[in-house]
Design a binder for this molecule. Structure first.
Ligand code: FES
Ligand SMILES: [Fe+2]
Length: 388
């Protein structure tokens, strides 16, 4: 149980809040490159409580800038995308991907006024067709982590986004250190619907272990479960990756979840599935792979509960826009949740004391591919269908 103050401390994501400052020390997925097409090279996005416009100019540079024009606030979403930037549709001020003001058609060029204007803008980098943005202090910008799931070429990758999750990001992350939920939420739900797919989870857990892992370029919580009557087997690792990611090994693929906080009450989930070839053969990767939408609700707006994402999102959303943690009653099986909250609190403190939080790397010498999938494991070993 947390006090109301602690609950707010961990969940508020705005730029002036401690957790907002912590989250701004990491790169976040803000969309897929395939969403920015020749015909519609712009997209309105809300990230960490900020209204922004993501665009790709005609030279190919991607920008993420504040939605409201520095002049008098019209939305740049309605702007014209040009060779070197985006031009406001109201009076034609033009900004490049870095937020520099390039033109002010009705201002005297001699006044040097445009040099004084800076539209808030954040760096964007593309990896495996996903667009990542960094919204923190420029001098603290880490290198974009090279997750193996995004870097490997010996398989096919698929990108998905889920229907908007209408709750705070922390609820999704607490679930990633809550392994016992799989028995009822997934296995039992599917079984009662006549679907045997989740048989893997239809066994009680006998023991849970959580371990904090800290590497130069990433950190997180590794969890291990032992099923009753099966104590010797070690499961394929599926760590929570700090602050808002998860690796999930499945029967034929490795999956990474990215939970981008939209604001205090909404979260956008992106999912990457990597399916290795059996013989290690290289697969040609499309430049901008499509982003498919996974539906979690039916037409009536209710969770259909037919797949893992729908079942999970039901649990997270129904806890409320921000879970009422002062009212909860944690038990023995919630040790992972307690550990994760401590990890968040420790990192908030690190940032507030002027330090770096865990898992950020600015050293090019350590910018290697991050091996989340341990050597020797294959996607074809005895693992579950899906998990989180
Ligand atoms: S409001 Fe954008 S140019 Fe005037
Ligand atoms: Fe789940």
């Amino acid at each position: 149980m947390l006090t109301q103050e602690e609950n707010e401390l961990l969940t508020r994501v705005g730029s002036g809040t401690p957790a907002g400052q912590l989250l701004r020390r990491y790169w976040h997925v803000v969309g897929a490159a395939s969403e920015l097409t020749e015909k519609k090279p712009k997209k309105r996005v809300r990230v960490l409580g900020e209204d922004l416009v993501l665009f790709r100019d005609r030279s190919g540079a991607c920008g993420l800038i504040a939605e409201h024009c520095a002049h008098r606030g019209a939305s740049l979403y309605y702007g014209f995308v040009e060779e070197d930037g985006i031009r406001c549709a109201y009076h034609g001020w033009k900004y490049d991907a870095c937020g520099r003001c390039l033109e002010q058609p009705f201002e005297s060029p001699d006044a040097g006024y445009k040099e004084k204007i800076r539209q808030p803008a954040y760096p964007v980098e593309k990896l495996a067709g996903l667009l990542f943005a960094y919204m923190g202090p420029p001098e603290k910008k880490p290198l974009l982590p090279k997750w193996d799931v995004l870097m490997r070429q010996d398989g096919a990758r698929k990108l998905d986004s889920y229907q908007l999750l209408r709750c705070n990001w922390l609820q999704a992350m607490e679930n990633s250190v809550d392994p016992v939920h799989t028995y009822y939420l997934h296995a039992h739900t599917l079984r009662t619907r006549g679907n045997k797919e989740a048989a893997y989870y239809y066994r009680p857990l006998s023991k849970l272990e959580f371990e904090l892992v800290v590497h130069p370029a990433w950190a997180g919580i590794q969890k291990r479960r032992f099923f009753a009557g099966d104590t010797a087997r070690v499961e394929t690792p599926h760590p929570l990756i700090f602050p808002n990611m998860l690796l999930v090994p499945a029967r034929h693929s490795y999956n990474m979840h990215f939970r981008t906080p939209v604001d205090d009450y909404n979260t956008q989930i992106f999912h990457v599935s990597f399916r290795p070839t059996r013989d290690g053969g290289v697969v040609e990767q499309p430049e901008d792979p499509p982003l498919e939408l996974v539906s979690t609700k039916n037409e009536a707006g209710e969770f259909h509960m037919e797949n893992f994402p729908s079942q999970d999102q039901m649990a997270w959303e129904s806890q409320g826009p921000v879970a009422n943690r002062p009212n909860e009653h944690l038990g023995e099986s919630d040790q992972g949740v307690i550990l994760f909250r401590k990890l968040v609190r420790d990192q908030l403190r690190a940032v507030q004391n002027g330090g770096d939080p865990v898992g950020v790397n600015r050293d090019a010498a350590k910018d290697d591919v991050i091996r989340l999938i341990p050597e020797g494991y294959t996607a074809f070993s005895d693992t579950a269908d899906q998990d989180d």
